[in-house]
Design a protein around this ligand. Sequence first.
Ligand code: HEC
Length: 140
Amino acid sequence: MKTQLLKALVIPVLSLVLFSCSKTETTPIPQPDPTALQTAPPPVEAPPAPVVIPNPTGDKGLQLIQETDCLTCHKVDSKLIGPSYQEVAAKYTDADLDMLAQKIVDGGKGNWGDIPMAPHTGLSKEDAKLMVKYILSLKK
Ligand code: HEC
């Protein structure tokens, strides 16, 4: 009698559970994932690693060069868009300090080729001189 009652209770409950289960288990017809169709955005190019020239003595000229845009066009030991600073140092002497500082402020071309150096109008002549002093200190 007891088992009869149990069966009477369990069977409908079980079938209910099974029924609701089988309902959720119906596999949906695979639909193309709309997000998969979207073309992935082009990978963002990593910005070039900032050029850091060690400055153990705290050279003001070098510091200014690091803080300005100079190193996007110049490297110390190899030509980039502009001549390397070592080439510049080899070509000039302290007598050219004033002219070179003015050239950094005004920009210009012709001494190394046809690519012009951008002017640096916000730069003071004094700061430009400090930069040139650093560059000339690279003379070997
Ligand atoms: C847009 C690129 C660019 C930037 C930025 C730039 N330069 Fe130049 N630089 C050049 C080019 C190109 C030349 C060669 C110009 C020429 O042929 O007379 C040059 C030449 C020079 C020269 C030699 C000038 C001569 O007449 O021989 C010095 C010194 C110099 N740059 C220093 C600097 C300093 C310091 C800065 C940062 C304040 C700087 N440059 C930023 C491109 C650049």
